[in-house]
Write a protein that binds this ligand. Structure first.
Ligand SMILES: NC(=O)c1ccc[n+]([C@@H]2O[C@H](COP(=O)([O-])OP(=O)(O)OC[C@H]3O[C@@H](n4cnc5c(N)ncnc54)[C@H](OP(=O)(O)O)[C@@H]3O)[C@@H](O)[C@H]2O)c1
Length: 244
């Protein structure tokens, strides 16, 4: 069975993707901070009949990452890890603030969760990913490439994550390194970014983003940056060029 490590697997995109992978027979190693929600998630995922290992904690915490990496390596044994999904993320302080209103420590925390944690997990798991000919999927955002007022801290972190992912793509041709902008989704994070607003017009993660990520996995598209909304078209066209 293929094995994936999914961070932030209890809600939103991470939960929907974990469900979809479990449904397809994947074994999973999952994490999130809220231990009770993680237990509930694991119960649901185990209903698919495959191995699910849960390690509660904060990806910004080095000791937690160590446990997570150990759990992933123990789960895949010598076979190697097929997929690392760096999905857990923070917006930083909400309501979102303009660049000059962000405290240095707050920006540092956004980078710790959104950039340094994915990098650290990747660094530890790259040999295992390489052994399996696997893939790293870093969840990005349109805020990485657009400049929306008050989204600067989060956007800068996603731009940095994109840069690391795409540089890794050049440096580690034996694996796939994908950065994917999932598009707006009706999730807790999106609601937090738009407090009090009706976000019911945004699609749930399993409507657009998850099918796109599954199509990306199935087609094993070249390493690169993709927008979820475009993946179906790229796969359907048979193009194999690097996404943008
Ligand atoms: N929603 C959108 O419109 C949108 C748009 C573009 C990009 N994205 C990106 O899509 C990804 C998923 O977002 P989402 O909207 O699905 O978020 P979400 O609904 O808020 O879910 C976030 C998940 O990550 C976990 N998490 C958060 N911080 C964590 C930490 N420090 N350590 C471990 N787990 C942590 C949360 O559980 P705990 O709170 O229990 O830790 C939860 O399981 C993120 O990378 C986000 O930047 C989202």
């Amino acid at each position: 069975m293929p094995i994936a490590l999914v961070t932030g697997a209890t809600r939103g995109l991470g939960r929907a993707l974990a469900d979809a992978l479990a449904d397809r027979g994947w074994d999973l190693v999952v994490t999130a901070r809220h231990a009770v929600r993680l237990d509930t998630t694991v119960e649901g995922l185990r209903g698919h009949g495959h191995r699910v290992v849960a390690v509660p904690g904060d990806v910004a915490d080095a000791a937690h990452r160590e446990e997570l990496v150990a759990a992933a390596l123990a789960t895949c044994g010598g076979a190697g890890l097929d997929l690392l999904v760096n999905n857990a993320s923070t917006l930083g302080p909400v309501p979102l603030r303009r660049v000059v209103e962000l405290m240095t420590e707050e920006l540092a925390h956004v980078f710790a969760v959104n950039v340094l944690a994915p990098h650290a997990l990747l660094r530890e798991l790259l040999p295992s990913l390489a052994a399996a000919g696997g893939a790293v999927l870093d969840v990005s955002s349109d805020a990485a490439v657009e400049h929306y007022e008050s989204w600067g801290g989060y956007g800068a972190s996603k731009a940095a994550l994109d840069h690391l992912t795409l540089t890794l793509a050049v440096e580690a041709p034996g694996i796939r390194a994908w950065s994917v902008d999932p598009g707006d989704m009706r999730t807790a994070m999106h609601q937090a970014a738009f407090p009090g607003e009706d976000i019911s017009d945004r699609p749930l993660p399993d409507h657009v983003a998850v099918p796109a990520l599954l199509a990306l996995l199935d087609a094993r598209l070249p390493s690169g940056r993709y927008r979820a909304a475009e993946i179906a078209g790229i796969v359907g066209s048979g193009r194999t060029g690097v996404g943008s």
